[in-house]
Structures are given as structure tokens and as C-alpha cells.
Design a protein around this ligand. Sequence first.
Ligand code: GLN
Length: 232
Amino acid sequence: ASAQEKTKTYIIGTDITFAPFEYKDADGEYKGIDVDLLDAIAIDQGFNYELRPLGFSAALQALETNQVDGMIAGMSITPERQESFDFSDPYFESGVVMAVSADNNEIASYEDLEGKTVAIKVGTTGADFAKSIQEEYGFRVNTFEDSANMYEDVQTGNSDAAFEDYPVMAYAIQSGLKLKIPTDPEPGDNYGFAVNKGQNTELLEMFNNGLINIRANGTYDEILDSYLGETA
Ligand code: GLN
């Protein structure tokens, strides 16, 4: 990238509560796999950025309207999104999964959702998946702006199930959330860093180059290990 590109401060949109990818720690600082990967890549490539935790659907809108330059938010690379955005190389494998309250012994499959209420997070692949099976299995949906409120609705029993990314749901449960995962995740999902289509191509290129470098020098593995442990 040119000297001018490198002195520019890129504004990067992200989610608000999506541990272990981005979340506020006890000091009010944003941390997580996405935050650390972006930081390591920015250092490697020598660019400046400012992180904006906007929430997932708000970040999508901000990216679409060029109010942010890029987005990293556990964002799945999908064919529909590829019509509006350009994605980096994939940096993490994921998949949508169903979760129910830890003491729920009634829902063990999608069939058991008949007549039930499902919590979804607006704009996500989890919401898209739930809607794609809604008619077949006959459930209602409650829509939420963020993951924390979506989980809360299931914990309190207002919703019977939620659809969320598997690594995020598993991490929340491991951290004490009283939900459980009765079914296998839907496969074939990958996270990517995104820019608006045809915009900030130098930023996308730096992200991809930096990702290659931090994979090669061990930083990528160190970051993943620090949030997910050696088994990740
Ligand atoms: N991976 C999901 C998606 O891209 C959820 C992302 C999120 O909620 N931050 O839609």
C-alpha cells in the first residue's frame, strides 16, 4: 500500500456481544479473537484503525452505506452477502446451531419446535436458517438485536430455542450460560473480514496478506489458543 493509504485510519465495525470473537471485558475494553486478529494484522501491515462496536445488523448497514471501511464480526461468508461485500480469505470455521434451556427435555430436534417460539438475531445466518425451516416445522420467531438478549429470552423461558453460531453458543455455555445444544451444528460456514463491494481494496489486500503472515509466524494460533484453549 502507498504511504497515503498507510496513514489513513480505517474505521472497522464489529458486533457488541459475541464472545469469544468480540466482547467488552471488565475494564470496558473490547477484546476477543476478531479484535486481536485485526490488531495483529494491522501491526503486521502497518495500518491504523478504529474499532466501532455497533452491533451486527447496524455494522452491516454501516458497511453498506460506507460509514465504516471494514467489518469484522464473526461474519459468515455467504453467496448473498458476496453480492454486496468483498470478503477476505476465511479465517475461522463456524456453523449455526440450535440451543435450548439447560432444563428443557422437550426439544431434541427441529421437529420438536412445532408450536414453539424461537429467538433469532436480526440479520444473521442463524436467523436466515431459522426462517428457512420455519414453515416446515411450524414455530414462531422473536427477533433480537444482539446475542445477549436473545440468550436471556431462552433462559427466562419466554422463547423455547435460539439459533446461534456454534463456537459462540458453546463458549457462552462453557462460561456458565444455562443453555444446552441438543443437535449437531449446520456445517459449512466460514468467517471473513468484509469491505463494501469494490471499496477499500487496499485494506482487504492488507488483511489477506497480514492473515498469511500471522498464520505463518504463530500469532494466529496463539490468539485462538488464548480464547479457546489448545483444543481449538
Ligand atoms: N456468523 C453469523 C452471521 O454472519 C453471526 C454473526 C454475528 O452475530 N456477529 O450472520
